[in-house]
Every structure is written in structure tokens, then in C-alpha cells.
Write a protein that binds this ligand. Structure first.
Ligand code: IVH
Length: 719
């Protein structure tokens, strides 16, 4: 791998991580997804691909390391005594057949076994806990291990019994019931109609409305929403001691049971409470007697054909059901067999979700418009004649990118098949070519950004078009934030909070506007007191002196990270030289390959960007020229010392490090021996580090190395 590839991979991984994080927030926390599930998966797979190629890029906080939802911090966390698993999917009849065959093989049986089939409700999984028949607490599924305590909100749901029917003695001492909270479709339509009237944002679908309503910190709002609950499973069930027998470990006293659960033994759902329940069917028969709603569409089947037929029937009735379903859940009925089958890491072997086909509808593409995203990505979107797709009115569908439009050959005016796959943002499946009448027009990507007028380019090898404007409003906040950040212009105090205000109040609409801010203008914003206003202005003032490499980094040129900015600054020494550099001159720089070079070239070719740089200069940003040699240290402080470098340094090139050592009288050698004075270790070090450790040679990281140079120059290091 070349260093350049690695650099790109690292940068792309960081971008993807940011983006996925943003979508997680939008999906799980704000309940208003920005992209389709398919698009999300594509981003996730791209990141997984990079991380598997370069495992060192995988960070503990990467979205790939997290399963399921993020947990909003406002609710108390609850660890489920028994994990809330998810389900494997079968996309079609063949996959369903394979599932059944696999089970029989695993169990070593020829004869059919009993299954229970149920609708797969499209809502939110929750767990309810009852003690002596009283509802005591409830939580969301969360990541399957830990959910949020939403007891107060669940209590507002009328189909969740607060007290179970039946005598105390007949009820379990502790009962965990699992099921789905959903938003009935008729009520969902009504909710959105009222929200539209009030000019409030609409919920994309009933599931999001359910999630949004359930996560309200104020239970009074949840109470206004007509949520409902279907029960479909049990978790840990504890019996009163009088019912328990010594050999039955599912029927233990309260104290014992807590220990039992804490041991974390993986227990299939069916096995717990097996003293009372022997099968899923029995559970589904019992729950209504206690007061829970169980869907009437449940059925017992033995043959694959029956399962397939059940699914087709459910699909045919899908649009007339009062709730959203997105599949059929097929479960092995017997708890004894469930135990025998056990589970995989996140899903049981004894159940599967047999998906329904995505809902499709036909409508017309009225226009194809483009949106500019945060990173400048220009995404085409089909504006559709509004059409109802499974209870939701759809008027836009994503077209992803130009390749996608060309591959599908979607034209403006086309009749198209659209679908809601993940029930999030709809997609155009295909045009109905037979319905063309010749009036259809092909879409062309605008050559200039509709937001700011800068050129739109499609970097080589990429599918996505990007706006190149430095001051594009859609990109503005992000670029300002980057510009002011610590490693760039380091404007102390100018964080996201102020930037948002400045942009909102029209105080700043380009990076150069930062230098037009005055104390008087700032104090007019009510939240900014005079003192902090003058501090901020002072910080802005002092940023004008930042060295060239930092200003270059601050400009946010694609692919130009700190290290590349440093190389460019050292090589070209002035902003003018860099602005006039040819592609050949650029690629001659250490670490600069064709991709980086063309990004730099494109950036400076933009009139808007050149103007922004002129303005910055006029406003006093110095863009200091880099002196012919940056090596200021001279002397013999390092005389007689031998240095070895391993791994990549961040802030300076290997050559530069070598020059600095030599300027102070030291020598740089290639391999570690007992005579080596220091081994300097950067990112991704090689075997030299291990050798240094074996030989007891002192090891320095980059910061330690720079400190040593400083001290050597100052002459106060006792080497
Ligand atoms: S059983 C291990 N039954 O599907 C058993 N789940 O991917 C898993 N769901 O988060 C639960 N309807 O929200 C089960 N009739 C049903 C279901 C159902 C919907 C959801 C549930 C869970 C997801 C599993």
C-alpha cells in the first residue's frame, strides 16, 4: 500500500464515520431519517471494507462497532435480564425453504415440526415487567442488551395493562412480556394531517411516529398519541416459591433469580418460564387472558407451503390492516426444540423474519431537482406526482447519483415504479418505458451549484458530484467550523454554537466574514456579552498570523489534511506559488498523488475560492511565506547521537525530521542497534520498535521528539 492510499482511506473512513453518526442520530434519536436504508447500508459497507483493509483505522467508537440504536442519554438505562435478540431474514420462498430444511437437519429429523407464524409488526420492540400482576417498569430494546427506561411513557398506552387479570396466586411472581408498540395507521394519518395544518414537520411513517412519541421526555405528549401494543413473547418468568420445584431452575425465588440472570447464561427465550409454558402457542393463548392484545392473525403451521400461503395472504391484506407489517415472523413452537436449536450471536436459530416484498406504486417524475449536502455532495432527487404507498404519501424519491440515473435511464416526465423498501426514503425502481410519449427529457447535472453558483464537479473515480464553492450556504457551517478549529486557524471560542448563530443572523456567510466581525456587531447578538465579544475578536485577530500550512489546512481543500498542507507549504512556500502550480509541480511533492493534486488544482481554479483568498488577505490574514529553509536549529547539541525513525510522522516529513536532527549535529541511521540513541516512533511502526524495546533503546513518540529538538536548540537538555 502506498502512503497516499492509506491517507485517502483514513480520510474517507473519518468522513464515513461522521456521516453514519449523523444518520444514526437522525434515525434513532430524531426519528427523521435523511437517507434510505439501502444508502445507509452502502455507507456502512464501505466503512467496513476500509476498516478490514486497514484494521488500524478501526476505532472503538466507529459506527461499525455498534449494533442497533444509539441510546438517548436522557432516559435511565436498563440492562435486559435476557438479551432482546433480533431475527435473521428470509427474502423469498427459497430462503424460507432453506431455513426449514436447515432446522430439520440441525435437529436430525425427517418429520415436520410445528411452527407459529405471526405478523411482523413494524413498530418498536419493548419489554414490560410485571410483579405480582402489577406493571412496574418497561424499557425499549436499545441495543438488545441495554435499553431505556420508558415506564412513564408506556403507562400512557391503553393496550398495556397496568394490572393483570387473574388471581395473584395464579400469576407469576415476576413476568417479562415483550411486544411491539405501534402507531395505528388511521391515527397516524390524522396526526400528520394535524401537524401539516400547524406547519409542523411530518413523520415519515407510522414506525417513526411511534418512536418519536415513545421517546418523549414529557409523558404528557406520549399520552396524546394513540399508541398501541401487541404482545408476542415472554422474557424471564419467575414463579412464586409455592409453585416451584427444586429441579426447575426457571422457578426460583426473587433473590435467587436475580443471581441467575446476572450470571448471563445464554438462555433461549422459550426456556425461561418453561415450568409454566411449553410452547409459543401456549404463551400467545395465555397473554390475552391476562389482558394483553395478541394479534388475531397468528397461526400454527407444519408445512412450508402453509407458511408461504400465510405470507401471501398477509401481503394481500397488507393495505387493509390497521397497522403496518413488514413481514412474517416464523417461530418454532416447542420451547424444548427452541432450546435444542439455541441461538447465534444476535439471533435465535429457531425463528426467522420472512419479509414481505417492498411496496411498489406507479407515479410520474415531474422534475429532477438537486440537493447540496454538508460535504458539498450534489444529490439528484425525483420530484414525484404525490402517490400513496402503503399508507404514506410519497412525493420525492432519491436518485442517489448520476450513475444511478443513467443506469436506470430515468427521465423527467417518465412514469416510474417507486418503492418504499426500508420504509424510509422511497426509491425509483425503473421507468415504464412503454409509457413514454417522446416528451420526456434527460436530466443533466447542473454545472453550477444552485445554492452558491460555484462550479459543480465530479472528481475522477467518484460517483458523486460536488459543489466546489467555499462559501456555499449548505456547506458554510461545516467549513467555518473547520476553519476555526484548533488545528487550523485555532480561533479560541469560535465553536459550533457561535457559528450557528452567526450564520443564522446573517453575520457570516463566508470564511472571510469572520474577519469582518466587530465587537459592536457581536454584542447585538443577545447571548454574547461584551467581554466574550472582545475576547472572540482578539482571538480572531491573532489567527491572522497563522503559518501558511495551517491556513492551507483551514481552507478545507479536499484530501488536504494537516500533513499534506505542511508538505505543500514547505514545497511552494507561498500561497501564490501554490495557486499557480501545475499538476506536474503538485505531484512532485512528497505524498501528493494525482487525486490530491487534482483536488488542489480544482480548488484554486474556482473564481469564488480565489476571491475568498484575496479577501482574506485584504482583511489582514498574512499567509506568511515559508522561509527558504525551515530549519532554524543549528548547533551541536545532538552531536554524537544516533536516531532511527519508524512509522509515519504526522506533523513533518521524514526528510524534514532528518534535516532537523542533522542541523543539531545528530545522525539518522536506518537500523536499530545497541549504539542507537533514540528510536522515534510514528503511526504504524515497524519491527524497529520491537527491536528497540529488546535492546533497551529509549523510544520517543513524535511529541517527545519535537520536545527534544526544542530542548536541544535551547541547550538545556542533559542528553
Ligand atoms: S419475536 C428472537 N415476534 O422484530 C425473537 N418479533 O428483528 C425476536 N417484531 O425487534 C422477537 N413483530 O421488534 C417477534 N411477532 C413478532 C414480531 C417481532 C415484530 C420485531 C421486534 C424485534 C424484531 C426482530
Amino acid at each position: 500500500m502506498s502512503e497516499n492510499d492509506y491517507h485517502h482511506a483514513a480520510q474517507r473512513a473519518a468522513e464515513l464515520r461522521d456521516e453514519l453518526q449523523r444518520h444514526n442520530q437522525a434515525y434513532y434519536v430524531d426519528d427523521s431519517p435523511l437517507i434510505s436504508d439501502a444508502e445507509y447500508d452502502r455507507l456502512m459497507r464501505e466503512l467496513q471494507g476500509i476498516e478490514s483493509r486497514y484494521p488500524e483505522l478501526q476505532s472503538a467508537d466507529s459506527p461499525t462497532q455498534r449494533v442497533g440504536s444509539t441510546i438517548a442519554s436522557e432516559f435511565a438505562k436498563v440492562r435486559h435480564r435476557q438479551p432482546m435478540l433480533s431475527l435473521q431474514n428470509a427474502m423469498d420462498a427459497d430462503e424460507m425453504r432453506e431455513f426449514v430444511e436447515r432446522l430439520l437437519r440441525f435437529l436430525g429429523r425427517d418429520e415436520a415440526i410445528e411452527f407459529v407464524v405471526e405478523p411482523k409488526f413494524d413498530g418498536l420492540a419493548v419489554e414490560l415487567v410485571y410483579e405480582d400482576g402489577l406493571f412496574v417498569s418497561g424499557s425499549t430494546r436499545g441495543d438488545g442488551q441495554v435499553g431505556e427506561d420508558i415506564t412513564g411513557n408506556l403507562k400512557t398506552i391503553k393496550t398495556i395493562p397496568l394490572r393483570l387479570n387473574g388471581d395473584r396466586d395464579e400469576l407469576p411472581q415476576r413476568l417479562e412480556v415483550r411486544g411491539e408498540v405501534y402507531f395505528p395507521i388511521a391515527d397516524f394519518d390524522e396526526l400528520n394531517r394535524r401537524r401539516a395544518e400547524k406547519g409542523e414537520p411530518l413523520f415519515a411513517n407510522p414506525r417513526n411516529a411511534a418512536a418519536g412519541s415513545l421517546r418523549q421526555l414529557n409523558a404528557a405528549i406520549t399520552a396524546e398519541r394513540p399508541l398501541a401494543f401487541f404482545a408476542y413473547a415472554i422474557g424471564v418468568v419467575t414463579e412464586h416459591r409455592s409453585l416451584s420445584s427444586a429441579s426447575d431452575d426457571s422457578t426460583v425465588s426473587r433473590g435467587d433469580e436475580a443471581t441467575n440472570a446476572a450470571s448471563g447464561d445464554p438462555v433461549p427465550a422459550g426456556s425461561v418460564g418453561a415450568g409454566r409454558f411449553q410452547s409459543q402457542w401456549q404463551v400467545l393463548e395465555t397473554l390475552p387472558r391476562w389482558g394483553f392484545h395478541v394479534s388475531e392473525r397468528i397461526r400454527r403451521c407444519r408445512e412450508l407451503d402453509e407458511i408461504l400461503r400465510y405470507r401471501d395472504e398477509l401481503n394481500a391484506d397488507r393495505d387493509t390492516l390497521p397497522f403496518d407489517v413488514d413481514g412474517v415472523v416464523v417461530k418454532v413452537d416447542s420451547f424444548a426444540l427452541q432450546r435444542e436449536l439455541g441461538e447465534l450471536s444476535r439471533s435465535p436459530r429457531w425463528a426467522i423474519a420472512y419479509k414481505l416484498p417492498p411496496r411498489q406504486e406507479v407515479t410520474r417524475v415531474l422534475e429532477i431537482s438537486v440537493n447540496v449536502g454538508r460535504t458539498g455532495a450534489v444529490t439528484p432527487t425525483a420530484e414525484l406526482q404525490p402517490v400513496r404507498v402503503g399508507g404514506v404519501t410519497v412525493s420525492r424519491a432519491t436518485l442517489h447519483n448520476m450513475d444511478e440515473i443513467e443506469r436506470k435511464d430515468v427521465r423527467i416526465g417518465d412514469w416510474v415504479v417507486i418503492q418504499r423498501a426500508g420504509d424510509v426514503i422511497p426509491e425509483v425502481v425503473k421507468p415504464i418505458v412503454e409509457r413514454r410519449d417522446g416528451s420526456e427529457r434527460r436530466f443533466e447535472m447542473p454545472s453550477h451549484c444552485p445554492e452558491c453558483g460555484a462550479e459543480v464537479v465530479r472528481p475522477e473515480g467518484e460517483a458523486i458530484h460536488r459543489c466546489t464553492g467555499l462559501s456555499c450556504p449548505a456547506k458554510l457551517r461545516e467549513s467555518l467550523f473547520h476553519f476555526a478549529s484548533r488545528r487550523a486557524m485555532d480561533i479560541d471560542g469560535l465553536g459550533a454554537k457561535w457559528i450557528e448563530q452567526f450564520v443564522e443572523h446573517g453575520l457570516v456567510s463566508s470564511v472571510s466574514d469572520i474577519y469582518r466581525l466587530t465587537v459592536e456587531r457581536l454584542v447585538r447578538l443577545d447571548r454574547l456579552a461584551e467581554r466574550s465579544a472582545s475576547n472572540l475578536i482578539a482571538a480572531i485577530e491573532s489567527s491572522k498570523e497563522r503559518p501558511l500550512e495551517r491556513v492551507l489546512y483551514a481552507l478545507g481543500i479536499r484530501f488536504v489534511g494537516e500533513r499534506t498542507a505542511q508538505q505543500l507549504a514547505n514545497h511552494f512556500r507561498s500561497i501564490d506559488a501554490l495557486m499557480h502550480a501545475t499538476i506536474e509541480a503538485l505531484t512532485a511533492v512528497d505524498d501528493v498523488g494525482p487525486t490530491v493534486a487534482s483536488a488542489v488544482l480544482t480548488f484554486f481554479a474556482q473564481e469564488t475560492n480565489r476571491r475568498a483568498i484575496d479577501e482574506l488577505r485584504e482583511l489582514g490574514v498574512r499567509f506568511p511565506e515559508v522561509a527558504p529553509t525551515t530549519i532554524v536549529e543549528t548547533g551541536r547539541a545532538l552531536g554524537g547521537l544516533r536516531f532511527v525513525f519508524t512509522g509515519g510522522l504526522e506533523g513533518l516529513s521524514r526528510d524534514e525530521a532528518k534535516m532537523r536532527v542533522e542541523a543539531l549535529g545528530g545522525v539518522v541511521v536506518g537500523s536499530v542497534s545497541k549504539k542507537t540513541s533514540y528510536v522515534v516512533v510514528g503511526a504504524d511502526p515497524g519491527s524497529k520498535l520491537a527491536k528497540a524495546q529488546t535492546l533497551g533503546v529509549p523510544v520517543l513518540d513524535e511529541a517527545g521528539f519535537l520536545k527534544l529538538l526544542d530542548e536541544a536548540r535551547a541547550g538545556d537538555h542533559p542528553f
